[in-house]
Each structure stands twice: as C-alpha cells, then as structure tokens.
Design a protein around this ligand. Structure first.
Ligand SMILES: NC(=O)c1ccc[n+]([C@@H]2O[C@H](COP(=O)([O-])OP(=O)(O)OC[C@H]3O[C@@H](n4cnc5c(N)ncnc54)[C@H](OP(=O)(O)O)[C@@H]3O)[C@@H](O)[C@H]2O)c1
Length: 304
C-alpha cells in the first residue's frame, strides 16, 4: 500500500448524483491528492484535471483497468452509475483492492438494503446487486465503510423537471407514500469526510436521508416555496409510469429499478429518517426546498 498515495475516486465524471465528481473537489479542497477515474476523455475529464485531479481513464468491468487505476492508491471511493454490471464491478474492485492493499474502501450502496434479507429482496436488480455487493465486501476482509443513501433529490431532475417546468406538477406513482430524499451533495460531504480520515468509520454503515419524511404533496409544497409558484403532485398508476419510462429508451436495468422504486414508495418503504449526514459532517442534511432553490433554473426558475 502507498501510505502517501492518492485517493481513488471512481465514477468521477458524474451523470446523475455526480457524488464522485463532488467528492474529488472536496478532497482537493482539503489538500488531499486525488486520482479521478473516468470512462472516457471528455469535457468532464478536462474539468477534473483543471481543478488538480490526476485523471485516469478505464472501465470498472475490466480487471486490468481496475488494477492499473488502484495501484499506488491508499484509499478508494467505489461508486458507478446504476447499471447491470454493478456486482461484477464491485467484486472486481474487491479482488484488486485486496491485491494492492488499501486502508479504506468507501462503498456506495442504497438504503433499501437495510430492509433486505434472504427472504425479503426487491424486484430491482440494482438493489439486489447492492445487497450482494455489501456481503461480498464483508467477506473480502477489506476495511470497508458503507454508505446507504435513500433516493437522491437529484433524481427529481430527470423525473420531474420537465413537468414542473411546463405544468407545475410532479408526476410520479408514489401514492401517499412518504419519502425523505437526500441531496447527493450531502452524500458527497459524508464520503469525503470518511475518505479524509477513515479510521473512526471503518466497518460502519451510514444511512443517509434528508431532514424530513413526508408524502409527495409535502414535497410539492417545498417545490412551491422554493419556486414561489404553485407546484402540485399528481399520482399516476405504476403501469403508466413504466410506459413513460420505456418511451425514454432507458436501459432495462434502470427502468426496472425506477419501477421498483415507485412500487416501494407506494408501499411506504421509503418512509425513513436517518441522521448519517449530521453525524459524519456535523451539519444537518439540506431540505427539498433548499435543493430546489439551488437548482431553480432546472425547474423553470423562481417567480419573483
Ligand atoms: N440516484 C439515487 O436516487 C440513488 C440513491 C441511493 C443510492 N444511489 C447509488 O448511487 C450510485 C450512483 O451514484 P451517482 O449518481 O453519483 O453516479 P453518477 O452521477 O451516475 O456517475 C457515475 C459514473 O459512473 C461511471 N461509470 C458507469 N459505468 C462505468 C464503468 N463500467 N466503468 C467506469 N465508470 C463507469 C459513469 O461514467 P459516464 O458518465 O462516462 O457514463 C458516471 O459518470 C449507484 O450506486 C446508485 O445505486 C443512487
């Protein structure tokens, strides 16, 4: 292990939550050396280089790439987009991290894993793979810290921004189910704090939610407050949502995951509250209202 080696951040370009990209910036701000792994050279890679990261290109499903990027690193943040090869990538990372020897692996997971067991899984391949990945990492004997966020507030960007912009509505099949979405920026703060000083966190599982659990009418009210105009919630049947998602041409794995997320919301399984953000960072998690205020342009802007 390289005691003074860089901290590897996978999935660093960022697509949805962009936890990896934010973590890179937070670690660099602390003066820590960062190796940022991206899938390809593009503007996002150039931006990471411009802020001082060592950028490496590779595929998390290619063992030789993973060995090349982990070699020389002392710590690893492991996260990648929701995708069918997630378990394979996690096990590949575990094999390589054991071979190289690192002093911490911070693993991105999901809070639904807290509700899963052999007898009680879900129909999302992504959630099943996170559940299995956590177990494989535990068997690996690696020094692991597990991050289990609930739904990201950033998910409302692709799922709700067009309807909030055009019709002042959030249209999702969550029924009266409560939810407590967390900002990916808060998740990144937790990950960065752990990577900067992993010792006290090794072996721990951090569950992360936003500050309150409420139904989607409550979430819509926070949108209204942030945008200074009326935003309402429309519940739709799960089948209609699935049809809409299919029209978007998303990969089947992602569509299945989103459909499951809708079903679990409807069943009240996202009614959760956890204090992981405050416990690790010392600051409370940001609310839906604060998030929408920060991203008002995406949602059609704030009425003055
Ligand atoms: N969204 C939610 O509501 C939510 C809630 C809880 C937990 N999570 C978990 O958070 C994780 C996603 O985090 P995020 O939103 O921060 O990720 P993200 O913004 O989607 O970025 C992940 C990055 O992974 C890269 N990637 C994908 N496949 C790769 C491969 N084979 N090799 C190398 N890089 C690869 C992508 O590169 P390209 O951009 O170049 O394709 C992307 O930039 C998942 O584990 C998910 O289960 C999400």
């Amino acid at each position: 292990m390289a005691d003074n080696g860089p901290i590897l951040v996978t999935g660093a370009a960022g697509q949805l939550g962009a936890v990896g990209r934010t973590v890179c910036g937070l670690l660099l701000d602390r003066g820590l050396p960062v190796r940022a792994m991206v899938r390809r050279e593009d503007d996002r890679a150039a931006a990471l280089r411009a802020v001082g990261a060592e950028v490496v290109v590779g595929d998390l499903l290619e063992p030789a790439d993973v060995y090349r990027v982990v070699s020389g690193c002392r710590r690893v943040y492991f996260g990648m987009s929701v995708s069918a090869g997630y378990l394979e990538a996690t096990v590949t990372m575990a094999v390589v991290a054991r071979e190289v020897g690192v002093d911490a692996v911070v693993n991105m997971s999901q809070m639904t894993v807290s509700q899963m067991s052999i007898q009680n899984t879900t129909s999302s391949g992504q959630q099943r793979q996170h559940w299995l990945s956590e177990q494989a990492l535990a068997w690996s004997g690696l020094p692991v810290v597990t991050i289990r966020p609930t739904m990201f507030l950033e998910s409302f960007s692709p799922l709700a921004a067009p309807t909030v912009r055009n019709r002042g509505r959030i249209v999702v099949p969550f029924g009266r189910g409560k939810t407590s979405p967390v900002a990916a920026a808060d998740v990144a703060q937790v990950v960065a704090a752990v990577l900067a000083d992993p010792g006290p966190h090794l072996g721990r599982i951090y569950e992360l939610t936003g500050p309150r659990s409420q139904d989607m009418h409550g979430v819509a009210r926070e949108f209204s407050d942030a945008l200074n105009r009326e935003v309402t919630y429309s519940d739709i049947p799960a089948e209609d949502w699935e049809r809409e998602l299919k029209k978007l041409g998303l990969p089947e794995h992602l569509t299945r995951h989103l459909v499951t997320m809708g079903e679990l919301h409807r069943a009240g399984r996202y009614d959760r509250l956890a204090d992981g953000v405050e416990r690790v960072t010392g600051r409370p998690a940001i609310s839906a209202r604060e998030f929408v205020s920060l991203h008002a342009d995406e949602f059609g802007g704030r009425r003055s």
